[in-house]
Design a protein around this ligand. Structure first.
Ligand SMILES: [Zn+2]
Length: 317
């Protein structure tokens, strides 16, 4: 009795069991049985549902992976959006498991369970061999360590990145395409914090994820060096490509800027020319490319993930 992805498909289309039942001409009980995996769905019902949802019967009966969202979203995201996003994560995991089955992330390491979230961030920077200075491309940095990125509408302005995990080594990051670089980069690093701290002995709450994000993007030792080499404190957020208010809180907590600097930076706003687009994700495109070079057609690759070529191109690569 393993739940199927049928529920995620329905929720991602914004349908209730009732509305789907009446559209497909089947009973609500039949839908409930299919979704919970409690009984084999009779062929005519499966056919009616797959027609109505415009999806294959094979996908409807695929077991749903157990996706965990680590960020506390209680106030930031409306419940309806939360349900839809959770459903989209389930579908994304099913598809990415088919497209790139070997993908594992390496955000969690043994031996980093001691110290603070900032120490953990420092450890990950060094494990991933990130050179000193601003993280140049946060998307490709995470993708090269197995965190798959996808662009998804997250329905709100306060949350523009969200990580979903299955087990301890599979992770997908949803990034809102409307986000600007600095905000999105900070949110991605915050979510990376949840991922890195997840199941460690360290607290993995919001404050800890913020501390991790700050140290990952703007290490305190580097801030200190830049200040002592004469850089103006007001230029530091742009240097590290992070939002000034977030930078101010982090640098103050790490004790590397003064209270007065913190107060001033907190209210800085960025000039419009500093709004940059987030770099595109490229990891899945590379994997799909490898598979087609190895002899599969793009249609076969798409079909293996229950996708049309169009949907594969638009939503995944
Ligand atoms: Zn969070």
């Amino acid at each position: 009795m393993i739940p199927t992805v049928a529920e995620a498909i329905r929720v991602s289309r914004g349908l209730t069991q009732m509305s789907l039942a009446s559209r497909a001409g089947v009973s609500q009980t039949a839908i409930s049985l299919l979704e919970t995996g409690h009984a084999r769905t009779p062929a005519p019902i499966a056919a009616a549902l797959s027609r109505t949802l415009d999806t294959s019967e094979a996908l409807l009966t695929t077991p749903a992976p157990e996706v965990e969202l680590l960020h506390a979203m209680k106030d930031a995201v409306r419940a309806g959006v939360r349900r839809r996003v959770a459903a989209e994560f389930i579908l994304a995991f099913v598809r990415i498991q088919a497209l790139a089955p070997g993908t594992r992330h390496t955000a969690r390491h043994s031996g980093r369970d001691e110290g603070s979230p900032a120490v953990c961030a420092e450890g990950l920077r060094s494990a991933w061999q990130i050179p000193p200075g601003p993280v140049q491309n946060i998307v490709s940095t995470l993708e090269s360590h197995g965190v798959v990125h996808l662009r998804r509408d997250l329905g709100g302005t306060r949350v523009n990145a969200l990580v979903g995990v299955v087990g301890s080594h599979r992770a997908i990051m949803f990034v809102d395409p409307r986000a600007h670089y600095d905000d999105a980069a900070w949110n991605i690093a915050h979510e990376l914090g949840h991922l890195a701290l997840h199941a460690s002995a360290l607290p993995a709450q919001e404050g800890a994820a913020e501390d991790f994000a700050g140290e990952f993007l703007a290490p305190a030792t580097e801030i200190r060096q830049l200040l002592s080499s004469g850089m103006d404190v007001d230029d530091l957020p742009a240097h590290f490509r992070v939002p000034p208010a977030k930078f101010a809180r982090h640098a103050r907590r790490r004790g590397v800027i003064t209270v007065a600097d913190h107060r001033r930076l907190r209210t800085h706003s960025r000039p419009p020319h500093e709004h940059h687009e987030l770099p595109a994700h490229a990891m899945l495109a590379g994997i799909v490319d490898e598979r087609t070079r190895a002899g599969e057609t793009i249609e076969q690759v798409a079909a293996s993930a229950f996708l049309t070529v169009n949907d594969l191109r638009e939503d995944f690569i």
